[in-house]
Design a protein around this ligand. Structure first.
Ligand code: SAH
Length: 230
């Protein structure tokens, strides 16, 4: 059935393609398929396809579609991969990753607020992604609370850290990629692409400025005033 939301979704995806932000077939298909209106709070549904972050719960936000697109494109997620996300929020970005990895892969996503984990679980269940997205309530700033030997193809961090947490670096497979917003000050963050080339060999590249809510927890910020840190 063609509804108003799918028309708006198609228009947004077309614009992101025209702007050169969306480039690959797999990310375009995922953005066309995942219904963002099912991941925003009911009061914001009419704004689901405006390209902006929207409030969720506990002063947190669902990222703008263009930021999700930039992150999925630059992580180069493939079918069958295992992805770790820090900051489940609404579950929308995890659903995009789940679409791309397909049923051959899976996504583990960590959320510090139980209220948001519950919100995401309902959204992911309703939209059919709980078969390959696993939510864990924990401080994800140090990685998942299970064995260090379990490594990930891709790591997606959707809350800004003061610096790249070392425990997360160690969770990347060789050849793996991580995207993380990093900013030591309250007002400026850069989206950093990390690649693990060898045991202790990593490369770092900035993809430009961004604004995310602040990461909490052991490797996160201690002070939550200012933009992005309600
Ligand atoms: N990816 C989300 C948006 C994330 S907003 C989406 O698609 O909607 C950032 C999220 O990170 C918030 O839900 C916040 O509660 C969570 N967060 C912040 N610090 C965290 C930490 N240390 N561990 C796990 N989650 C954290």
């Amino acid at each position: 059935m063609i509804d108003d939301y799918s028309v708006k979704r198609e228009m947004l995806v077309k614009r992101l393609v025209d702007e050169g932000i969306l480039r690959s077939k797999k990310v375009i298909q995922a953005m066309l398929k995942v219904p963002r209106e099912e991941f925003v709070l009911p009061s914001y549904r009419s704004l689901a396809y405006v390209d902006m972050p929207l409030p969720t719960l506990k002063g947190q936000t669902i990222s703008a579609p263009h930021m999700c697109a930039i992150m999925c494109e630059n992580l180069e997620i493939e079918e069958g991969e295992v992805v770790l996300e820090i900051g489940t929020g609404s579950g929308y970005h995890a659903a995009l990753c789940a679409e791309i990895v397909s049923r051959k892969g899976y996504v583990i996503t960590l959320e510090i607020f139980p209220e948001l984990a519950r919100f995401a679980k309902e959204n992911l269940k309703r939209t059919g992604y709980l078969d390959r997205v696993f939510i864990i309530v924990c401080d994800g700033s140090e990685g998942p609370p299970f064995r260090d030997s379990i490594l990930f193809d891709k790591i997606l961090v959707t809350a800004a850290a003061p610096k790249v947490p070392i425990p997360l670096l160690k969770r990347l497979k060789k050849g793996g990629r991580m995207l993380i917003p990093v900013g030591a000050t309250e007002f400026y963050q850069e989206l950093v692409l990390v690649e693990r080339l060898g045991d202790d060999k990593y490369t770092y590249k900035s993809l430009g400025p961004c604004l995310f809510v602040k990461m909490r927890g052991k490797c996160g910020f201690k002070n939550f005033s200012g933009p992005g840190g309600i």
